[in-house]
Design a protein around this ligand. Sequence first.
Ligand code: FE2
Length: 207
Amino acid sequence: MRKFKLPELPYAKDALKSYLSAETLEYHYGKHHKAYVDKLNDMLGADSTAWNPDATLEEVVVKSQGGLFNQAGQAWNHTFYWYGMTPDQQRPESALSDAIDLSFGSFDKFKATFVEKGVGQFGSGWVWLVKDANKNLEIVSTANAENPLRQKRIPLLVCDVWEHAYYIDFRNERKKYLDNFFQCVNWRFVAENFASDRPANITTLMT
Ligand code: FE2
């Protein structure tokens, strides 16, 4: 079975500092995310006959269960999270913006719903913008490592609402962390995911 690696960050660790400190990136990316990738490799290596040697991370996320899924899901989700942010201020381009208006009424309503779902996720988890097979957009929250790929939805954007994502910079204020997430969203990345019939190829970033 191939080994997955911690992906390169698409920006410097202090590049998001108006939102997330370099210290948060040091711990969240350098320790938490790295630990998920390391444990994933350990578990895959311990049962090397269970998977095709070329299995993608997306396949492992969709087909695994239990402890292996927890590591695979967290490895995938964090890479997707990092790539969904950028230090460049952006707005959604027109096709995506129109789809957001159609699904949620307005950009402000979309944002409010995203924040509300993220705040309402009890305990650790993630809040996602996803699309279904009919290109309908939806906001869903998932617990722990869960990923919408497993419900045949294509993730467009995610925000990590595990406490480790915001405690250094926002302490217990998850709502403030979610409100400010929108100053760093990489809308070009979201638009690429929206335009594609397949989920983001996170495997290529981690091999
Ligand atoms: Fe995290």
